[in-house]
Design a protein around this ligand. Structure first.
Ligand code: UT7
Length: 329
């Protein structure tokens, strides 16, 4: 019988650009204040990728760190997926560029777009590739260079976002650790609340498209906020229910880092103490598909997440998309 196997995270890594952009720096760029940004979002600073570096470069750094952490080499990787809305270019995929730059074998490599839920979507795809024994080691990267698509004159969005990459290697589990339950969903009727209109086939680049800033991220923050709190709560509860795990049993909540108020709402819904929630938004801002894996990498590296811990990952983003993964570390 072709028995389903369980997948687990074998290695994890992150890459954070060195340049820090603080709220005080932003005060000099747009009509905003450190006080407003902290109070409304929880963000104090974010990281910006150096001008001569690419999305694929940051993805490579996180990937090599995750592969090393797994005790593997690039030659062991069987498939590469990159979750991003800010690839180096529309095609070829950033995943193919990563494959070449890390010196992996000729293996499948592709990007996909699920906004800030990208890492969750990718982990669920990796889990299924592993379960069906299609491959043994999947490299999954969540990477965003949002500083390159933000309108730096729009105070309602430019204060929110940053650049980062997080990566994991997903492999087979032969013990209790691994993915216990998953959930993913989407609702495309709300697409125009968070989107970048230009750059695709609808609005190819023209002088007008550039002048009208169609190649920048647009967001109706208030509406996105309302949808996010509901979808994040639903996602968390479905993953717990599917694994028959009570919320009190969860050791670590790792939510998408969009706004500390959304994170707090989710935490209170789950009746979790603050100490059990991994928060990076103060230092990194919203890094979209990179936010969950980088937060997880931080908590693994600083020793908070230990073997056997129950970890709940939850995200919501453009699409709208949302989802969750419950796993035992
Ligand atoms: O990652 C994918 C999912 N994304 C999210 O989940 C983001 C969800 N949305 C949010 O996090 C929040 O809606 C924001 C942080 C984007 C905005 O916070 P808000 O409390 O919803 O503020 P608001 O948009 O209702 O704006 C309140 C006021 C407005 O002024 P008036 O109209 O009351 O005079 C804005 O013009 O704050 C003003 N404002 C600012 N003031 C200073 C907006 N941005 C700024 C700013 N600095 N940067």
């Amino acid at each position: 019988m072709n028995q389903l196997v369980k997948s687990k995270i074998e290695g994890i890594g992150k890459a954070i650009p060195s340049r820090v952009l603080t709220n005080f720096d932003l005060e000099k760029m747009v009509d905003t204040s450190d006080e407003w940004i902290i109070k409304r979002t929880g963000i104090r600073e974010r990281r910006i990728l150096a001008e001569d570096e690419l999305c694929s470069d940051l993805a490579v750094k996180a990937s090599l760190s995750a592969i090393e952490n797994a005790g593997l080499t690039p030659a062991d990787i069987d498939l590469i997926m990159v979750a991003t809305v800010t690839p180096d270019m529309p095609f070829p995929s950033t995943a193919c560029l990563v494959q070449s730059k890390i010196g992996a074998r000729d293996i499948p490599a592709y990007d996909f777009s699920a906004g800030c839920t990208g890492f969750i979507y990718g982990l669920i795809m990796a889990d299924n590739f592993l379960k069906t024994k299609y491959c043994n080691h999947v490299l999954l990267v969540g990477v965003e260079i949002l500083s390159r698509i933000v309108d730096w004159e729009d105070r309602s969005t430019c204060v929110l976002f940053g650049d980062a990459a997080g990566a994991v290697v997903v492999g087979n589990s032969n013990n209790d650790s691994g993915v216990l339950s998953t959930y993913m969903s989407a609702n495309g009727s709300l697409a125009d609340l968070l989107y970048m209109p230009g750059g695709g086939s609808k609005f190819p680049a023209t002088k007008e498209s550039v002048e009208n800033k169609l190649h920048c991220l647009k967001m109706e923050g208030n509406e996105v906020f309302k949808a996010a709190v509901n979808a994040m709560k639903e996602s968390a509860l479905v993953a717990l229910d599917r694994a028959n795990i009570k919320k009190e049993q969860v050791d670590w909540l790792i939510p998408h880092q969009a706004n500390i108020r959304i994170i707090d709402f989710l935490r209170r819904s789950l009746k979790m103490p603050e100490e059990k929630v991994v928060v990076t938004i103060d230092k990194l801002g919203n890094t979209s598909a990179a936010s969950v894996p980088t937060a997880m990498a931080v908590a693994v590296e600083d020793g908070r997440i230990k073997e056997g811990d129950l970890v709940l990952l939850v995200a919501f983003g453009a699409g709208f998309t949302w989802g969750s993964v419950l796993l035992r570390w």
